[in-house]
Design a protein around this ligand. Sequence first.
Ligand code: AMP
Length: 214
Amino acid sequence: MRIVLFGPPGVGKGSQARFLSEREGVAHISTGVLLRRAIRGGTEVGLQAKGYVEAGKLVPGALVRELAENAIEKVRLDRFVLDGYPRTIEQAEWLEEFLTGRGTELDTVLSLVVPPEVIIDRLSKRRVNRETGENYHLDFKPPPADVPEELIIQRKDDTPEAIMHRLEIYDEETHPVQAWYRERGMLQEIDGRGSFEDVYQLIRDAVLESDSKR
Ligand code: AMP
């Protein structure tokens, strides 16, 4: 199970990758989570990335490449799900080069597809536990009553302006990456509109199908 989980911000990638990690034992690697952790920790990478992340802009590729490759190095090379990487064709080429250099390749690239109005709703109602990184949605998955209110925050890049900016960036830079994977016969599109469980079942079926073809 070497998977890239793909789709615009707010499509539910993070939640689904978490399910895959908890239920199938694959390592969940999210460059967004790694960057936010670096920012909180005040590391050199964090300091360099902060302005970009908070403005909803793509962080310079070399920074993210190092974070992603170091993270993949640390886990089993046959069981990982990448969430938020690659986001550009350049990053897709780096990833291919990195895996080929280790005698392996991706099994499948799953693209979660959801209409823009649903994305805007999901992101503006998203809240995050700043200690655990767990995501909530004010309507569908409200923060539990036993989690102290001060731990539940809204991400700085979940404001309407930053959301619009991230969707624009997605269209301009990230969408072509899907075409790149489609040309290579690796892309599977998943309808991301259903409940978390429904979407997870579609993802699991797609992953199992790609495993059975190998
Ligand atoms: P995410 O949590 O995946 O929505 O990522 C949050 C933010 O982190 C993005 O808006 C970017 O600023 C930055 N980021 C995450 N992954 C990447 C990447 N692969 N390339 C460049 N910037 C990234």
